[in-house]
Write a protein that binds this ligand. Structure first.
Ligand code: SF4
Length: 155
């Protein structure tokens, strides 16, 4: 019997209460059943791996896109103005290390997150507005060859 391919997956999509507000965003049960049948799921929460506590203040990318965060030209900050860029970058590196250790060529990550978002992120104004862009970890994984999709792109 063939071994199932590994899939890096946002822990909050599996129901783990790791979001900034200590909630989760579980996928529908039938979706989870199908994923579990087809893949060996490797849970990851980049923000937790970066050392941030749960719960934690919400954070958004400000002053540029994820590439700019890696170039030091933009930052990730909380509404109160605390700079959490280093933790976000650390978590992204750890997520990539986990993907490599587990042999994950693909990742299914949570949409719209400043870490995990693959197509849109909040715009840094804490007003609930989304703009096109990637999260810090999604960008880092893609840049190193991991295919990233969000749950809203599942067929
Ligand atoms: S960093 Fe990613 S896995 Fe962790 S709570 Fe946010 S969206 Fe979910």
């Amino acid at each position: 019997m063939n071994e199932k391919p590994p899939l890096l997956i946002s822990a909050c999509l599996l129901g783990q209460p790791v979001r900034y507000d200590a909630a989760s965003k579980p996928l529908p049960p039938e979706r989870l059943t199908r994923l579990t049948r087809d893949y060996r799921l490797v849970p990851v929460c980049p923000e937790c791996l970066g050392g941030l506590p749960t719960p934690r203040p919400a954070a958004e990318i400000a002053g540029g896109d994820a590439a700019a965060v890696w170039q030091g030209r933009a930052k990730v900050a909380t509404k109160a103005g605390d700079d959490v860029t280093a933790a976000f970058r650390r978590g992204a590196r750890e997520a990539l290390a986990l993907a490599r250790a587990e042999g994950c060529a693909q990742a299914l990550l949570k949409a719209n997150s400043p870490s995990c978002g693959g197509a849109r992120v909040y715009d840094g104004s804490f007003s609930g507005c989304l703009r096109p862009g990637e999260g810090v970890a999604a960008h880092w994984l893609r840049r190193h060859g991991v295919e990233v999709i969000n749950e809203d792109q599942l067929p």
